[in-house]
Write a protein that binds this ligand. Sequence first.
Ligand SMILES: NC(=O)c1ccc[n+]([C@@H]2O[C@H](COP(=O)([O-])OP(=O)(O)OC[C@H]3O[C@@H](n4cnc5c(N)ncnc54)[C@H](OP(=O)(O)O)[C@@H]3O)[C@@H](O)[C@H]2O)c1
Length: 341
Amino acid sequence: MIKSAIIGVSGGRARGLAEAYRHVSRGRLVAVSSRRRDKLEAFGSAFDVPARHTDYREMLEREKPDLVHVNTPPSVRLEIFEAAEAAGVPAVLVEKPLAIQGEDFLAIQAFTRSARVKIAVNHQLHFHPRRNWLQRKVRDGAIGRLRFIEASAGMNPAYQGTHALQAVGAFNPGAAPVDVFGQVSGAEGLTETPRHHYAPDECTGVINYDNGVSALLRCGAVAPRVIIGGTTNVHKRIAVYGERGFVHWTMHGWESRIDDKYERGEHVYAEEDILGQAAMTEAMIDWLAEDTAVHPLNIDSALTDFSVILGIYESALSRAVVTLPFTPSPDLVGRLRRALE
Ligand SMILES: NC(=O)c1ccc[n+]([C@@H]2O[C@H](COP(=O)([O-])OP(=O)(O)OC[C@H]3O[C@@H](n4cnc5c(N)ncnc54)[C@H](OP(=O)(O)O)[C@@H]3O)[C@@H](O)[C@H]2O)c1
């Protein structure tokens, strides 16, 4: 049984991380940290977590967790990776988005080159039972050779865009993005807040992959609505087209047409999500036990995805196609603010 810990339990997301442990057979939550004593005690009591710390560094040193969930804003990523590495923590699952802009992206990329700690990014939708089933169908050739992928999310790139982009990679595994052409609008999401999820309100990106597949990514108001009248957070979806047909997944259902046979069904997002979170955690335990069982959401693939988001920003600012991989130019968020405000 591995020992897990969460850093940052005063916000909304931490409950989902803890609840998933009901479905994790090989790990248990033994420690949590928050700088707010009241929130810490309330969370610790609600989930029966024995060790509670107001300083995450102290928690890492004293509790020696095997797996740490990093549930902080994207402005607090590298310092925790470095602290985990220094404390000998073997594995970290960090919430999305992995970074904010070029500077922190490059610093995290440099850190991973020599770090021993295994890091994966919490894009748990990869492990939602229904989506995972569709991913396996496509991987096993059910729709033939892939032609085109279209993914979207109702919220901006920092809140939901990385989920949509990860979905593209999940249905087109092993392919590398070679270029991206992007457009952005809207400065509300670039306003300074304690959550640091800075991104333009809307974005589109056309991405070409080295296996000939093209993808269209849409985030924000330009993304199709999945539920008429639903709030902005319920519209994540992906459609994958191949030579023999297509599959389409949304947060609430799925459909496919393969060789002229049409099928569809529904699911409850919250039920899928908790099982996905648990399965993602179990895959981390597999990676902990065996170096070759690399987690599909590993940080190298997440860095590649995040470089595509940065490529969209760079492309929109320069009005040019960005060839990947690329080195993002300085202060992308500041330049987006100046261009869009
Ligand atoms: N994967 C998903 O489906 C999903 C869903 C929702 C959210 N998320 C992501 O989950 C993350 C957290 O979301 P949330 O809504 O819980 O955020 P939140 O309400 O902003 O809470 C963030 C937590 O970060 C902690 N924190 C902030 N600065 C810190 C620092 N310098 N050192 C240590 N801890 C610090 C806060 O600590 P204190 O407790 O000390 O105040 C708080 O507990 C975000 O990145 C968000 O995008 C993912």
